[in-house]
Design a protein around this ligand. Structure first.
Ligand SMILES: N[C@@H](CCC(=O)N[C@@H](CS)C(=O)NCC(=O)O)C(=O)O
Length: 228
């Protein structure tokens, strides 16, 4: 078995790790610190040209987009189609939509991490924080609406789409209150309980502990309530 995942805890590579855990297939995990000490080495940039995570190596194949990795793992290793929806399946295109919607949800969060964690307080752009929080809220509205009809994003049940979007929802909880999104809250809690999700969490620290203490006061622009 030559399947190797390059990973930083609780970043987008958690999607790939969680999916591998759901699939229950053997793989090698290379966990790196979320800084430039290993991500930007020439050696790692031969695997991921931007020096980011995730990257997946399977024999001669190297992939470095989390959505593509999800599609590949489902097509190559999900023989029973528990997590994927193959070509010809009635839910194929909604499935792909949710795999990629995961990025739409995480991008406002990424921009807020850049603002809150990597930008000195005096240089933070309040309007960026405001716009991104609003944009994140709209994403949660869309998920809330779908979950009004079912427990997971697709009518037939849990899929790799929930892994992608679910990680983004897990991450989003640091920046927005779910008070106005009770179904998203229940979805988050349902996913959090999954054994495969638990195995994808870092063993040595609490949920999102790597940045939540650095956020300071975060207020939801919709409710005015403090978040973290
Ligand atoms: N669209 C890419 C984004 C990858 C990405 O930006 N990963 C972040 C972690 S969430 C990263 O590695 N950042 C490190 C850096 O930019 O130095 C994917 O989904 O795989």
């Amino acid at each position: 078995m030559t399947l190797t995942l390059y990973h930083c805890a609780e970043t987008r590579s958690m999607r790939s790790l969680w999916l591998l855990e759901e699939l229950g297939i053997p793989f090698e995990l290379v966990t790196m610190p979320f800084d430039h000490t290993q991500l930007r080495t020439p050696e790692y940039r031969k695997i991921h040209p931007l020096g980011r995570v995730p990257a997946l190596v399977d024999g001669d194949l190297t992939l470095f987009e989390s959505g593509a990795i999800a599609e590949y793992l489902c097509e190559r290793y999900d023989r029973a189609h528990r997590l994927g929806r193959p070509v010809g399946h009635a839910e194929r295109y909604p499935f792909l939509q949710w795999i990629h919607f995961a990025e739409t949800v995480i991008i406002p969060c990424q921009n807020m991490v850049q603002q809150y964690v990597f930008t000195p307080p005096e240089q933070r752009a309040e309007m960026v924080l405001y716009f991104e929080t609003r944009r994140l809220g709209k994403c949660l509205d869309a998920i809330e609406k779908v979950l009004g009809e079912r427990e997971y994003l697709l009518p037939s049940g849990f899929s790799a789409g929930d892994v992608g979007v679910g990680f983004s929802v897990y991450f989003a909880r640091a920046f927005v209150s779910f008070a106005n999104h009770p179904r998203v809250q229940a979805y988050h809690d349902r996913l959090f309980e999954r054994p495969a999700f638990q195995r994808a969490l870092p063993p040595d620290r609490g949920p999102l502990e790597w940045f939540i203490p650095k956020l300071g006061p975060v207020r939801d622009p919709n409710t005015g309530q403090p978040i973290a």
